[in-house]
Design a protein around this ligand. Structure first.
Ligand SMILES: [Zn+2]
Ligand SMILES: [Zn+2]
Length: 93
């Protein structure tokens, strides 16, 4: 968290906002907002997320965290829908 300068590390597009008004990085800091520490990949299981080295963790404000999670979930759903044209094949191994 100190490495992040107590500032949300969402930089341009992680949450769907480019943060163009604040130099392509979210300008929310721990002074005014509650920051969450989480890996950039928000879809990791809690166990996998716990194994991510500290230097790869990002500080998120709750707003960016919520939006980025929604974005990643939507992208993940879309990916699965496209790579899964034939569910029946699963039982055919
Ligand atoms: Zn933020
Ligand atoms: Zn953001």
């Amino acid at each position: 968290m100190e490495a992040a300068g107590f500032q949300c590390q969402c930089a341009g597009g992680l949450c769907g906002s480019q943060h163009a008004k604040s130099g392509l990085r979210c300008d929310r800091t721990a002074t005014n907002h509650r920051l969450i520490v989480a890996p950039a990949d928000l879809l990791l299981t809690p166990a996998a997320a716990a194994a991510v080295p500290a230097e790869q963790l990002l500080a998120w404000c709750s707003d960016c965290h919520k939006k980025a999670l929604a974005q990643q979930r939507a992208a993940d759903r879309e990916r699965r829908r496209q790579s899964d044209p034939e569910p029946a094949a699963l039982f055919d191994l």
